[in-house]
Design a protein around this ligand. Structure first.
Ligand SMILES: [Cu+2]
Length: 276
């Protein structure tokens, strides 16, 4: 009798265990299905708009410092006048700000991944470009144009971390970041002064401010957004904005002040726009 009771108890606990753990066992695939269902492929409608503008800086610019490359004679030899590149400004126009757009609405869609690779070279023992963007799953190619060995080492928070040795004029390193992350610092284990930053987004609505501070983001579906401008020494500035059908808008964002100063004006509202 005791044996029968014990047997029934074991059977009961196995059943309870299965029932309680079943949701845990099923949840990953359920979530994956939910995600697949939610993400709708974005189709171009012809009503997309454009945001352009400038990233500016007002205030006292940080002093440029010389970089001591004597630890690697090859770097010291090829770099004529090495100085810090973390703050590149001319006439109040700030380069290397990563500018991107975000909204809950955009997060509902999936976007085509460009077939062209984003290329980062290592020249004179610096990453070129220093700040760049890529879409999730897009090929990212690291080149080495230097007569010395580098060790490319991204330090992501949500993507896997890795580091790869690259000998002088070495074979390209080709990688893809599969998850959106702003921004991933990249260092070189051989040269402590080397730094790059990669912004990874699921869409293409991003740009890096050029030497004259300008940026341009096109193909934006009409909607309400937040514009984010990130700079490695100045932090982040955000600005809500909206884009109407076929609208072109210009926004200037100013760093270096306690409160961001923003000027914006509409350049054009498209007339020949059809909305499905
Ligand atoms: Cu290096």
């Amino acid at each position: 009798m005791d044996y029968l009771i014990a047997k029934r108890l074991i059977a009961l606990s196995v059943a309870i265990c299965f029932v309680t753990s079943a949701p845990l066992l099923l949840s990953p695939s359920t979530n994956a299905n939910a995600q697949t269902q939610v993400l709708e492929r974005y189709k171009i409608t012809g009503a997309e708009g454009k945001l352009t503008g400038k990233i500016l800086f007002e205030g006292k610019a940080p002093i440029k410092r010389q970089i001591d490359m004597s630890g690697d004679q090859n770097c010291a030899k090829i770099s004529k006048n090495p100085s810090t590149e973390d703050f590149m400004m001319a006439d109040g126009q700030l380069a290397n700000a990563f500018v991107y757009v975000k909204s809950d609405e955009l997060a509902r869609y999936s976007f085509d991944t460009p077939s062209a690779a984003v290329v980062v070279d290592q020249q004179e023992c610096q990453f070129t470009p220093r700040v760049l963007g890529a879409q999730t799953g897009q090929k990212l190619t690291f080149l080495n144009s230097d007569p010395t060995t580098h060790n490319v080492h991204p330090v992501p928070k949500v993507n896997p971390e890795w580091n790869k040795m690259q000998t002088d004029y070495g074979q390209p390193i080709e990688v893809r970041f599969m998850r959106a992350e702003t921004l991933i610092p990249v260092k070189c284990n051989q040269h402590p002064w080397m730094r790059a930053f990669v912004g990874v987004l699921s869409h293409s609505f991003f740009d890096v401010s050029s030497r004259d501070g300008s940026f341009s983001i096109s193909g934006l579906p009409p909607g309400d957004y937040t514009l984010v401008a990130w700079h490695e020494t100045q932090g982040e500035r955000t600005l809500p904005f909206s884009i109407g059908p076929g609208e072109s808008k210009s926004v200037d964002l100013v760093f270096g002040m306690k409160t961001a100063r923003v000027t914006s004006h509409i350049l054009e509202i498209g007339a020949s726009v059809s909305i499905n």
